[in-house]
Design a protein around this ligand. Structure first.
Ligand SMILES: Nc1ncnc2c1ncn2[C@@H]1O[C@H](COP(=O)(O)OP(=O)(O)O)[C@@H](O)[C@H]1O
Ligand SMILES: [Mg+2]
Length: 234
């Protein structure tokens, strides 16, 4: 994917993203790292079109994120799976395909099943989210994002609410995204995951990009802020 961010600012009552400018070409997976409150989630919400920036221009694969159709070309995986609690895993996916893409019921079922199978959830698809593990629910939300065949998938700390074993399951699901050739941008504190899955790393602090580059920058941070962060997460 290509991402071009120019003079991006975002404020609520205070400024939370401060004049971000960065151009990345031909990257397939980008990791956002930094302490809580540094602006990772806000940046992901803006990049995915969920929220509009206060000022600045962002293009993803050449498309301005303010264009109306942009949101339909990307997927989002939230920290907590965000599935509809009263619908089965399968129905969580078919509903979105039917409602947002006008896909007929039978075809929606096929697409849902294919994606749930790809994430090893074939035997769970008729269950409600509360009757599967947190890792399975999170994998179903990755399947839901994949089912819409997006150009880019954004994942906001997809393993944050999971124990280590379930975290591993979800990381394997993200590996699947990579195997499928999907481009993705993710926020995480799991550094081994960044080393394995990211080909570019952005370190944020106080709403600014402080360091960025290939994952090897994590081995030799040049700023005190990133050195402190790396010491903390290791
Ligand atoms: N909807 C919001 N309203 C007001 N402040 C917000 C909102 N979302 C995030 N913030 C603030 O923006 C800053 C960045 O938050 P966030 O993007 O969630 O960081 P991170 O994901 O790195 O923890 C924090 O200070 C947070 O309190
Ligand atoms: Mg966050």
């Amino acid at each position: 994917m290509n991402i071009d961010i120019q003079g991006l600012r975002h404020e609520y009552d205070v400024e939370v993203l401060k004049d971000l400018t960065i151009t990345l070409k031909d990257v397939s997976s980008i990791a956002l790292i930094g302490v809580s409150g540094s602006g990772k989630s806000t940046l992901l919400r803006l990049l995915s079109g969920i929220e509009k920036p206060t000022t600045g221009t962002v293009r993803v694969n050449g498309t301005n994120i303010n264009e109306r159709a942009y949101k339909e070309r990307v997927g989002f995986v939230f920290q907590d799976h965000n599935l509809f609690p009263h619908l089965t895993l399968e129905r969580n996916i078919t509903l979105i395909l039917e409602e947002t893409r006008n896909i007929p019921k039978s075809e929606a079922k096929n697409i849902a099943r294919q994606n749930l199978e790809a994430l090893q959830l074939a035997d769970q698809m008729h269950k409600l989210p509360k009757h599967v593990s947190g890792g399975q629910a999170q994998r179903a939300s990755i399947a839901r994002a994949l089912a819409l065949n997006p150009e880019v998938i954004f994942l906001d700390e997809p393993t944050a609410s999971l124990d280590p074993i379930l975290t591993h399951e979800v990381l394997m699901a993200v590996k699947k995204l990579r195997d499928l050739g999907k481009d993705f941008v993710f926020a995480t504190h799991v550094i081994s995951f960044v080393k394995d899955f990211a080909d570019y790393v952005i370190f944020m602090e106080h709403g600014a990009i402080v360091e960025h580059g290939p994952p090897s920058i994590m081995d030799a941070p040049t700023t005190r802020a990133m050195r402190n962060y790396m010491d903390k997460v290791h």
